[in-house]
Design a protein around this ligand. Sequence first.
Ligand code: HEC
Ligand code: HEC
Ligand code: HEC
Length: 348
Amino acid sequence: MITKIAFMSSVVILLLAACSAPQSLPSGPTPIPTLIPATDLGSPLTETAQPSYPIQSYPARLPSAELGFPLYQAHCASCHGDDGNGVVPGARNFGDLDYMRGETPAFFYTTVAEGRGEMQGFRDELTSDELWDVVFYVWRFSTDTETLNLGQNIYEENCQVCHGLDGTGAVLGAADFSDLRVVDDQAPRDFYLVTTQGKGSMPAWQGRLSQDERWAVIDYLRTFSYDPSLPGEVVEQPPPTTVPEESGCDPNYLTQTNPFDWNDSAASIAGQVIYDQACGMCHGVDGSGGLPGTPDYTDAAVAQDLRSNGGEKLCVVAEGKESMPGWKETLTEQQMWEVLTYLYSFGK
Ligand code: HEC
Ligand code: HEC
Ligand code: HEC
């Protein structure tokens, strides 16, 4: 029964992976189903009617805030202001984070292409690639270089191991953040929720990263699908923060002992379900080690060390260590002991 559950969850993970399998950008504009233009709402499209405008398409290169800048100056600044705070009635302040964090690039693209309220549509004046550039220039009002640099450091320290240096995903199930088609309808708030609470094998970051740090890493994450450079901007890349993370281990973990017998097979089986979803990708399905630095638990001496220093290992699982994320927001202490009991079973 339990193995059946484990098996089924791997199937689900595989299916998820298949749905979000990394795809590279197409070599040319790719049409996607477009929304009914706001201006045409009075005359509903019939089944055969074809929209008479170039339909929404994705760019063949990264949209660029820098290329969007002159377009914004020429077509948008008169109403939206040089700094995006809105000069005509009804125009939003693009620097207002409360507002921007609920918006998506896809919605902006459609709005600018088709028009909205007092604003005309620009689909006849700007090419699709230009629309994306100007949309991401607008987007850039919601962050700044300092925040992006902070986000990059956090990303490289905490997220890269699973999401990849280029954001395309390094482990099964991790979405391709560089593919605009995958992320254009995600608001920062959607990303924030997953980052805070965790999802599937992705650990929760609440408690490990402050709110500001989580928002910063999300601003950075977005830049896998657009180039945030601005005209004349000197992007200083600060050296990665190497502040050694004090092992700040809660003595409450260190002093604990395994509430289960180390040979308890029910605990071990429960631990296996967790291990397969949350640990095997880095530690190896058979526990023999995967990523650099992971011990070989099939080695009896390593398993024995685990058993003798259970509190210390519990602490690593709870708080994380180096590139290993902590699980205290995701797993209960009992679950952590179950998975440690399973880990021990590899080497006994
Ligand atoms: C004539 C003034 C005017 C010009 C020019 C203009 N806008 Fe707008 N824009 C508005 C107004 C007013 C709204 C609010 C529309 C509404 O919600 O009814 C708006 C809305 C928007 C929105 C969506 C905000 C929201 O939540 O409704 C975006 C994004 C946007 N404009 C971007 C642009 C870009 C990019 C350009 C240049 C290519 C541009 N606008 C040109 C007046 C203008
Ligand atoms: C242990 C591996 C791992 C680490 C570390 C990790 N993630 Fe994830 N992340 C995943 C996986 C796997 C998914 C897909 C989860 C699912 O859909 O079930 C995911 C999903 C996400 C999503 C949702 C994507 C979508 O398409 O909805 C966001 C956002 C995200 N991660 C951000 C982060 C951030 C930010 C960090 C670092 C602070 C991080 N992740 C660290 C594995 C990881
Ligand atoms: C993103 C990859 C990754 C994931 C996911 C992961 N680990 Fe780790 N783990 C590591 C790395 C790398 C180390 C070595 C850290 C070091 O010592 O520098 C480690 C170390 C450990 C250690 C301490 C080893 C020792 O003796 O010092 C334990 C115990 C452990 N992991 C258990 C787990 C458990 C249980 C899970 C699942 C709930 C898990 N890990 C998930 C990468 C990962």
